[in-house]
Design a protein around this ligand. Structure first.
Ligand code: NAG
Ligand code: NAG
Ligand code: NAG
Ligand code: NAG
Ligand code: NAG
Ligand code: NAG
Ligand code: NAG
Ligand code: NAG
Ligand code: NAG
Ligand code: NAG
Ligand code: NAG
Length: 641
C-alpha cells in the first residue's frame, strides 16, 4: 500500500469493515418468470422491461428496463451488474438501429450504488427523506437514453460469489466491458451509438480504468465519445482531500468564523505541508507528488486512534464534546478554549506543524468549525463534508423502497441479497490496490486525443471532500493535445437554461472543466437545472462557451469572454449556512461588518494571478460571482459517493 492511499483508508475504515474471505457474502441474480433461456439477445428486452407497478409511484414514468447481466468472468457465473435503463422516448433504446447519443451514470464509493444518483441526483424520480417519490423534471434521460449501473460486482443490486469480488481496478474494467458486451446484445443499437460515460466521486477511479481497458481492446463492445467525471478522486487522496483545505476555507470563511488569525494559521500549515501548489497556465513541468506528514503526538495521534477509525471524525468529536461538563460547554467556556487554542498558536515558533493533526488539514478545519464556528455549534454536532452550506444534509437513501418485494420484482432485482447504499467491494483487501489514475492520466489523454474522445471534469463549489482545487491541479498536471494543462485560467461564466449564472466553464484541446456554483458533491441534487443544461450543452452537445480559439490575427481568445473576477482562485460560497430550528430550518449569516472586514483582509492576501490572462473587451457581462449566491453515511465515515 502506498502512503498516498493511507488517508482514504482511514476515512473509509469504519463502514468499509474489511471482510475476511469467509465473511464475504455470496449472491446471485433471481430468475423471474419469463426469463429467456438462451444467450443474451433482443428477446431479453421483454424480460427486462419494467412493467409491474412500483410502490408509491403514482405518476407516469418513462419506459425503462432493469435487471442483472453477466460480466462474463470465467469461473464466476454469479458475477453480474445491475442496470436500470431509461428511455428518452418510447422505443429510443430498443430501436434496431439508431445514431442517437446515450449515456451511463456511475456513482462512486468505492462500492456506492448508482441508485443514489438515480433517486437523489439525475434519475427520473426523486425520493424525499420521508419516502415520498416524485417525478424529476430535470432527469438526464430527458436528454438521452440513460443507464444507471451498480458496479463493480457486489455493489448495490449487483451480485458476486464469495470468491468473485474484484482484486483490482483492472479487473473492474474487464468486468465492465464483459457486461457491456452482453448489454449490446440486448440493445443492439448501443454497440455503435456514441456513448457518454459519466459519473462522480470514486468513479474518478473507475472511469479512467474503464477507459484503460477500453483502449487495450482490439474491438471494444461500445463506441465511447466522451467521458465526464464530477468531483472525481483521480489524484492521490492527499491531493483531492487534504491539499484543497485552505481553498475550502477561502470559499467558506464561516468555517473559521471569518477570523484572519486563524486563516493565517491555516495558510502557514498549508505552506509547511507543501500544499500551496502554484498553478500556471500552461503548467511548467510535472507537479511533484505530495508527501503526507502525519501527526506527531498529542493524544494518541488523532487520525490513527482506533476509536476514531471505528467511529469516524464527526462521531469522535461528538464523543469528546459529550465528555465535557456543562460549564465547559457554554458559549463563554468555548470562547475561552478557542482563545487558548489561538494563544498556543501564537506562542508556537513559526514553521511548526500542529503536532496533533500534522498535515491532516481537512479534519483539522472540521474540528475547528465544530468546536468554535457558528452555526456548527447550534444543535448536536454535525458536519456535512459533501455540502458545507447544509450541515445536516448528508445525502442518504433509505433502503425501504428498493428492498420492498414489489420494487425488487418490478426491477428483476436479486433476492439473494439486500440493497445497501455502499458496500466494501475489495473483499479482504484493506484498500484499493491499484495506482491512482493520476499516474497514467497523460497516457490516457494521449489515447483519448487519438480516439477523439472528449474529457470533461466538473466540480461542485460546496463540496469539501473532493474540492475543485484538486481537480484544477489534476488538469494542470496532465499533458493533453501536446501541452501540459490549460493555457488560460478557467474564468468564463456560463448559465443554466433559465439564464441563472451557474459557475465557470473552460474548454481546450478536447478537455473541459466546469465549476458549479452552489452545488454539493452530488452536483445534480441541488442544482438540477444547471446539471441538465450542462448535460445537454456540454456533455451530449458541443456548446463552445469557454472554448479557447485563435483569432484571425493569431491571438487566443475565449468564447463567452473571461471575467477578471472569475480568474481569482475562489468562487465565493454562499454567506448563509443552514441550521435546524426545531423541525424547521433557518439560515445563519455572520454580521455584515464581520464579512466586510474579512473581505478587506482577504483581498490584501491575494497575490496577482500567475497566469497572464487578459480580460478581452468582450468579457461576459454577467454579474460576478460575489453577487450570485449569497454525500453519505457521514456519521460513520466519508464515502466518496
Ligand atoms: C414528504 O416530503 C416531501 C418533500 O419534503 C413533502 O412535499 C411531502 O409533503 C412529505 N409527505 C409526507 C406524507 O410527509
Ligand atoms: C451461483 O449461485 C447459485 C445459486 O443460484 C449457487 O448454487 C452456486 O453455488 C453459485 N456459484 C458460485 C460459483 O458461487
Ligand atoms: C461512433 O459514433 C460516432 C458519432 O459520434 C460515429 O461517427 C462513428 O461512426 C461511430 N463509430 C462506430 C465504430 O460505430
Ligand atoms: C493506451 O492505449 C494503448 C493501446 O493503444 C494501450 O496499450 C494502453 O494501455 C492505453 N493506456 C491507457 C492509460 O489508456
Ligand atoms: C508557491 O509559491 C510560493 C511563493 O513563491 C512559495 O513560497 C511556495 O513554496 C510555492 N509552493 C510550492 C509547493 O512550491
Ligand atoms: C502529477 O503527475 C505525476 C504523474 O505524471 C504524479 O506522479 C504526481 O503525483 C502528480 N502530482 C500531483 C500533485 O498529483
Ligand atoms: C510568524 O510569522 C507571522 C507572519 O509571517 C508573524 O506575523 C508572526 O508574528 C510570527 N510569529 C512568531 C511567533 O514569530
Ligand atoms: C475541539 O473540542 C474537543 C472537545 O472539547 C477538543 O478535544 C479538541 O481539542 C478541540 N479542538 C480544537 C481545535 O480546539
Ligand atoms: C411509501 O411512502 C411512505 C410515505 O409516504 C413511506 O412511509 C413508505 O415507506 C413508502 N414505501 C416504500 C415501499 O417506499
Ligand atoms: C451554450 O450554452 C449556454 C449555457 O451556458 C447557452 O446560454 C447558450 O445559448 C448555448 N449556445 C448555443 C449556441 O446553444
Ligand atoms: C450552543 C452555543 O454555543 N451556541 C453559540 C453558537 O455560536 C453563536 C454565534 O457565535 C452563539 O451566539 C451561540 O450562543
Amino acid at each position: 500500500m502506498t502512503s498516498s492511499r493511507r488517508v482514504i483508508l482511514i476515512l473509509l475504515a469504519a463502514a468499509s469493515a474489511v471482510m475476511s474471505q469467509s465473511d464475504l457474502p455470496s449472491s446471485f441474480p433471481h430468475n423471474y418468470p419469463g426469463k429467456p433461456t438462451g444467450a443474451y439477445s433482443p428477446a431479453w428486452q421483454k424480460y427486462f422491461e419494467v412493467t409491474a407497478p412500483l410502490p408509491n409511484v403514482s405518476f407516469p414514468l418513462p419506459r425503462s428496463f432493469a435487471g442483472n447481466i453477466d460480466v462474463q468472468r470465467a469461473g464466476h457465473p454469479n458475477n453480474t451488474l445491475f442496470f436500470w435503463a431509461v428511455e428518452k422516448q418510447t422505443g429510443s433504446l430498443t430501436a434496431a438501429t439508431s445514431t442517437e447519443p446515450w449515456g451511463i451514470w456511475l456513482n462512486g464509493g468505492p462500492g456506492s450504488s448508482s441508485m443514489l444518483g438515480f433517486f437523489l441526483e439525475n434519475g427520473p424520480m426523486r425520493i424525499a427523506d420521508n419516502g415520498t417519490l416524485s417525478p424529476n423534471e430535470y432527469s438526464w434521460d430527458k436528454v438521452a437514453d440513460y443507464i444507471w449501473i451498480d458496479q463493480p460486482v457486489g455493489t448495490g443490486f449487483s451480485t458476486a460469489d464469495a470468491a468473485g469480488y474484484i482484486a483490482d481496478e483492472d479487473q473492474m474494467g474487464a468486468d465492465f466491458m464483459g457486461f457491456l458486451e452482453n448489454l449490446v446484445k440486448v440493445f443492439p443499437s448501443l454497440a455503435t451509438r456514441p456513448l457518454h460515460l459519466t459519473g462522480e466521486s470514486y468513479a474518478g477511479v473507475y472511469i479512467p480504468y474503464i477507459m484503460k481497458t477500453y483502449f487495450s481492446m482490439a474491438k471494444p463492445p461500445v463506441n465511447i465519445t466522451k467521458i465526464a467525471i464530477g468531483d472525481g478522486s483521480i489524484a492521490a487522496d492527499v491531493v483531492f482531500e487534504l491539499m484543497p483545505s485552505l481553498s475550502v476555507i477561502e470559499t467558506f470563511p464561516q468555517l473559521i468564523g471569518y477570523d484572519p488569525e486563524v486563516y493565517t494559521y491555516f495558510k502557514e500549515q498549508e505552506h509547511l505541508c507543501g500544499y500551496d501548489i502554484n498553478l500556471t497556465y500552461p503548467q511548467n513541468g510535472i507537479i511533484p507528488s505530495l508527501v503526507f506528514t502525519d501527526a506527531l503526538d498529542r493524544d494518541v495521534p488523532f487520525l490513527e486512534r482506533a476509536a476514531y477509525a471505528k467511529r469516524g471524525l464527526v462521531a469522535e468529536i461528538t464523543r469528546r464534546y459529550a465528555g465535557l461538563d456543562s460549564d465547559q460547554r457554554d458559549h463563554l467556556a468555548r470562547e475561552r478554549e478557542r482563545r487558548t487554542w489561538k494563544r498556543d498558536l501564537s506562542l508556537r515558533a513559526n514553521g511548526t506543524l500542529d503536532p496533533w493533526y500534522g498535515c491532516a488539514l481537512f479534519p483539522e478545519f472540521i474540528d475547528y468549525a465544530l468546536n468554535y464556528s457558528a452555526p456548527w455549534n447550534f444543535t448536536g454536532q454535525d458536519f456535512n463534508v459533501y455540502d458545507i452550506t447544509d450541515p445536516f444534509g448528508s445525502p442518504s437513501l433509505a433502503p425501504t423502497f428498493l428492498n420492498d418485494p414489489r420494487t425488487r420484482a418490478a426491477l428483476h432485482a436479486p433476492t439473494s441479497k439486500d440493497w445497501t447504499q455502499s458496500f466494501w467491494i475489495f473483499g479482504d483487501l484493506e484498500d484499493d490496490p491499484s495506482p491512482v489514475p493520476m499516474n497514467f492520466l497523460s497516457e490516457l489523454a494521449t489515447n483519448t486525443t487519438a480516439h477523439d474522445i472528449s474529457v470533461i471534469l466538473f466540480s461542485g463549489n460546496n463540496d469539501a471532500l473532493i474540492a475543485h482545487r484538486g481537480t484544477e491541479v489534476t488538469i494542470q498536471n496532465t499533458t493533453f493535445g501536446g501541452i501540459q494543462g490549460f493555457t488560460r485560467k478557467p474564468s468564463t461564466p456560463w448559465s443554466d437554461e433559465t439564464g441563472k449564472p451557474a459557475g465557470i466553464i473552460h474548454q481546450e484541446r478536447g478537455w473541459t472543466y466546469v465549476l458549479f456554483s452552489g452545488a454539493s458533491h452530488l452536483i445534480p441534487q441541488k442544482t438540477p437545472i444547471a446539471a441538465q443544461t450542462f448535460l445537454r450543452e456540454f456533455i451530449i452537445g458541443n456548446n463552445a462557451t469557454g472554448a479557447v480559439v485563435k483569432t484571425p490575427a493569431g491571438t487566443a481568445s475565449v468564447i463567452g469572454g473571461e471575467s477578471a473576477q472569475l480568474t481569482e482562485d475562489i468562487l465565493p460560497g454562499s454567506a448563509g449556512i443552514v441550521y435546524p430550528v426545531g423541525t424547521a430550518t433557518s439560515t445563519f449569516v455572520y454580521p455584515a461588518e464581520t464579512i466586510a472586514a474579512w473581505n478587506t483582509f482577504i483581498r490584501g492576501q491575494q497575490v496577482a494571478p500567475v497566469s497572464a490572462v487578459q480580460t478581452p473587451a468582450n468579457a461576459a457581462s454577467q454579474p460576478g460571482p460575489r453577487s450570485l449566491f449569497s454525500g453519505l453515511l457521514i456519521l460513520v465515515c466519508f464515502w466518496l459517493l
